[in-house]
Design a binder for this molecule. Structure first.
Ligand code: 5AD
Length: 345
């Protein structure tokens, strides 16, 4: 029985994963979620970690077919927060209790290693105990090194899909090998690294999803972001079907079971797909939430997909909404840095 095997051993072969995905029943899913929840509790207890998310620029040099802020989308109103504005977001976030800031943007080269490095140093000077996570895409090795030397602790860069053909179709301006090389470089430099993928991409098969999990098992990242693909009408994939809640939850649960010590966010995309999506992810093995601190004035412009939640909210709205949701779902909010299990041990 594969459900018991993965629960007991934290491993499955790729063939077994494919078999499981092809044959899973609604009852199996519930068993899988409960195994994943118990595994999460074994490593992290009932805690859910918070990260304050600052979406500081929607300017992007890449042209990923699925993404609403791709370079070719001329309908997006572009913005770039200044370093001073980003620091202001950190001040607000710090007062709300966050001790991890995620600085995320499109691939915007205005933010050079020098400018980002100075910003990171200033955040660390003001708030020495916070962890800084970067999510800025592909850069040169030297840039990754210098940002780490400036004090960045973690780096999120989803691998998006671990299948080369699918990757190359979706990323006309990027290369599969580069993506994975970046992830391995980041790990070698000493960052806590986050990888991850989308579920329900056009053309994605169970074998592709099994390959995503196999790849994650291989690289054993500190963080794993998994969300449903949600079509954006101003992209080439605007009329495609998106990922489903169930398929995404199954992948979250399997990621928890296969990489049990990882930090797994209940993603905003899941919360967009279903009002209870993030709570269901917490009950299927996720243990992180990323409330948004981006200024309300630009939030709607950071639309990787449409109908993204929290567009009219202020930072404090998200902070307290998230706390209530964590409690209502039966978990405990933890405002600490929340390092990964493998990093802390
Ligand atoms: N639907 C869901 N997720 C998306 N992302 C980008 N575009 C979409 C979309 N249309 C995800 C990518 C990226 C992360 C920041 O957002 O996986 O890595």
């Amino acid at each position: 029985n594969l459900l018991e095997k993965v629960y007991q051993t934290n491993s499955l072969t790729k063939v077994e994963i494919i078999y499981l995905l092809e044959n899973i029943t609604p009852e199996d899913r519930e068993i899988l979620y409960s195994h994943a929840l118990k595994t999460k509790q074994k490593y992290y207890g009932n805690k859910v970690f918070l990260r304050g998310l600052i979406e500081f620029s929607n300017i992007c040099r890449q042209d990923c077919l699925y993404c609403g802020i791709r370079a070719s989308n001329a309908k997006v109103e572009r913005y770039r927060l200044t370093p001073g504005e980003i620091l202001g977001c950190c001040d607000i976030g710090y007062d709300l209790g966050y001790r991890t800031f995620v600085l995320q943007s499109g691939e915007d080269l205005w933010y050079t290693a020098e400018i980002l490095g100075a910003l990171i140093q200033e955040i660390k000077k003001r708030y020495p105990e916070v962890a800084i996570t970067l999510s800025i895409g592909e850069r040169r090795v030297e840039t990754y090194q210098s940002l780490f030397a400036s004090g960045a602790d973690r780096f999120l860069m989803r691998h998006e899909t671990a299948s080369k053909d699918l990757y190359e179709k979706l990323h006309p301006t990027m290369h599969f090998e580069d993506r994975q090389a970046c992830l391995s470089t980041l790990k070698d430099i000493g960052y806590q690294v986050g990888a991850g993928f989308m579920v329900g991409l056009p053309g994605q098969t169970f074998a592709d999803l099994a390959e995503d999990l196999r790849y994650l098992s291989e690289i054993s990242p500190d963080m794993i972001g998994i969300g449903p693909f949600i079509p954006h009408s101003e992209t080439p994939l605007g009329t495609e079907k998106g990922g489903t809640l169930e398929d995404t939850l199954v992948m979250v649960a399997l990621a928890r079971l296969l990489i049990p010590g990882s930090l797994i966010p209940a993603t905003t995309a899941l919360g967009t797909l279903n009002p209870q999506g993030r709570e269901l992810a917490l009950k299927a093995g996720a243990n992180v939430l990323m409330p948004i601190i981006t200024p309300t004035s630009v939030r709607k412009q950071y639309a990787l997909y449409e109908n993204k939640i929290c567009g009219d909210d202020k930072p404090e709205d998200c902070r307290y909404c998230i706390e209530r949701r964590i409690q209502a779902a039966g978990f405990e909010m933890d405002l600490g840095r929340g390092d990964s299990w493998q990093f802390s041990s």
